[in-house]
Write a protein that binds this ligand. Structure first.
Ligand code: ATP
Ligand code: ZN
Length: 294
């Protein structure tokens, strides 16, 4: 009898590929890679990782070829607009691949809101999201659909403005464009079908999602420890970013002094350490957290 395996689609090459695989590895999954690298088998669990172009991932999840997929929210939202009642959902936001789908125009373009696009040609590889943006703003413009190299469209004379993904803005600048409006904020997301999975598949999905939650929960979180006078605990607790109940332990050798340990849910900056020190803390240590299960 063949064992059912959970299939998860990830981008094989490109901006999301490495971070997706590394997130997998952090959940403790070890792969056996096959020669053509299309499919990675997880060794000790019924999970296969399908490595494909990002454009195909949503379709794979929608059609039931894969149960889960790692993809840019922009790709997901764009694909969803082609479907009436998709039985898929965003299961988790992954915190990498951050970018925004923006309207950008040549520097000389005098942009005073979406209405400035009326009657013009806007090039994009996200036609559905652009059309929604235009209709939400009650603007009629021509959507010029391109598969890639959207940013060169104005220079080629085939569009007056673009609707393209931007992270640092360097590509826009290199093409004489500037971002003037935001259509969608994006990051990598885990999408999954809303169909119920039973038996081994359901268990594999639950276990994977639980572990992924544990990995995501530690992102940006830090473990912080310090010594402090007992009288300073109130002030120190207030300074600690996103930590609710620190553990306070008396120090055997020093009367009136305690060790304070806490999990901080937000970044710990040098300024925070300086404030803790000013409040009386000493020997302050900040450590990364590798795994967490609540
Ligand atoms: P594929 O070969 O898989 O079709 P692609 O060329 O379509 O790849 P990439 O350029 O690798 O796609 O981008 C994948 C995703 O990375 C985008 O859909 C987006 O969610 C995210 N991303 C993050 N920053 C940027 C950026 N500056 N430009 C484009 N995409 C970005
Ligand atoms: Zn693509």
């Amino acid at each position: 009898m063949s064992v059912e395996r959970l299939r998860i689609a990830v981008q094989s090459k490109g901006r999301l590929a490495d971070a997706s695989l590394s997130l997998f590895e952090k959940t403790g999954l070890r792969f056996r890679r096959d020669k053509d690298e299309l499919l990675f088998r997880v060794e000790d669990q019924p999970i296969d990782v399908l490595r494909v172009r990002d454009d195909d991932i949503v379709q794979f999840v929608l059609s039931g070829t894969c149960e889960l997929g790692f993809v840019g929210a922009n790709v997901y939202e764009e694909a969803l607009l082609d479907h009436d009642r998709p039985d898929t959902e965003i299961v988790a936001r992954l915190g990498f691949g951050r970018c925004a789908l923006k309207i950008a125009a040549p520097r000389a373009f005098d942009y005073a809101g979406p209405k400035s696009l009326a009657g013009l040609r806007v090039a994009t590889s996200h036609p559905n999201l652009l059309k929604r943006f235009l209709s939400d703003n009650d603007v009629e413009a021509r959507v010029v659909e391109l598969a890639g190299s959207v940013e060169v469209a104005p220079r080629l004379g085939i569009a007056d403005a673009v609707c393209d993904l931007v992270s640092t803005g360097a590509t826009l600048e290199a093409n004489g464009l500037r971002a003037v409006d935001t259509v969608l904020e994006s990051e990598a997301v885990l999408v999954g079908s809303t169909r119920a999975l039973s038996g081994e598949l359901g268990e594999a999905r639950e276990k994977f999602l639980r572990r992924l939650d544990g990995v995501l929960a530690t992102q940006g979180t830090k473990y912080i420890m310090m010594n402090a006078p007992e009288t300073a605990i109130g002030e120190i607790t207030e300074i600690l970013p996103g930590a609710d109940a620190p553990t306070v332990v008396p120090l055997a050798s020093r009367q009136g002094s305690v060790a304070v340990h806490a999990v901080c849910q937000e970044s710990v900056f040098w300024e925070t350490l300086e404030r803790l020190k000013a409040a009386g803390a000493s020997a302050i240590l900040v450590l990364p957290i590798e795994k967490m299960m609540m």
